[in-house]
Design a protein around this ligand. Sequence first.
Ligand code: NIG
Ligand code: FE
Length: 410
Amino acid sequence: MLLIKNIGLLQTPVGSFKHGGEKQGENLKLKNAAVLIDGGVIKSITSDGELPDGCEGAQVIDAAGKLVTPGLIDCHTHMVFGGYRQGEIPLKLRGAGYLDILRAGGGILDTVRKTRQASEEELFDKTMGFLDEMLSLGVTTVESKSGYGLDEENELKMLRVNKKLNESHRIEVVSTFLGAHAIPDEYKGRAGEYIEMLCNDVLPVVKAEGLAEFCDIFCEDEVFDVEQSRRMLSAAQALGLPSKIHADEIEEIGGASLSGEIGAVSAEHLIATGEKGMASMAKGGVIADLLPATSFYLNKTFAPARRMIELGIPVAIASDFNPGSCPSLNLQLAMSMGYITYRMTPEEVLSAVTVNAACSIGREKLVGTLEEGKQADLVIWDAPDMEMLVYRFGSNLAKTVIKKGEVVHG
Ligand code: NIG
Ligand code: FE
């Protein structure tokens, strides 16, 4: 047993459901709290200086009056990739846009070449390093998308890396199939045929081998259009893989509207989303996975988070860690950006990286809140409250990270 005592402020959303609208900012706040953990699970939580019954003999951690929250959940990453793309920045400084670089065979396609060259072991070792860094930042659950293989062999290779990472690292890794991340050179001008190949040849293997829990697609101008996205995501749904969709990252071509129509779990990015797309998301109960560090890195505007909250759309915030549009895996940084650029309150930001992120990857019954019976994933912060945490942007304030009741950092 483990007892964490002398918690100045324990702050957490409550419940295993999407927190939209007014609920987005509803957090339980307990002062002078303690948490008793047994077998990796939260046994009880007390406040006002009381200690939980039966805590005698437990190993004790003194939180020294600091803030404790649930472990952070990064619900959108592309963390498995070969190489890096620092060479794109000079091109961008000279005026090239994200889609210009992709059209010229760079961008995602550059990472595809490097990822195809890398062995499963090389990708695994590299990503284990990223996961170590994430854990030190307070992240205890991560989603990981494929999408730099773009053929059967290499997409499956990436997904097997996800599986092995999940088995090997303390962080839990939730795998998403994003075979439709770009049109590979071999299918240039034949996006529809590429989608058919994914649906007919690759998806059944992904399903049969249990290599992914979700299917995603990059629905974007010059990449995959709305009808191709509908085809891909419906085929996956028919196999029991719920949908995610990269929608309106650069241009608003209807991805957000589609997400509501097909009952996607989440629509992600949404930088360019307008009223029609948001209305569809609100109607369909779709979570908005927002990625502010990507807006910053692409020098774009920021998703209309406040309007989404007004419409009752549950908002999650994630890093989007990838070698092109967001080479930062620092979810704390993304939280600060959510605070400052989205104008979300510290409470809304906390729900965005815990309970709503958990809902976005199907883990809401296990993680995302601090409640009796939930997995004991939590962080002791070097901060007295959430306000301080989101204000100190760029610093790592995670003091002690606990995963399934064990100290894994600090
Ligand atoms: O979420 N937009 C598509 N996918 C990633 C970027 C991938 C890349 O540039 O390598 C994103 O921004
Ligand atoms: Fe992404």
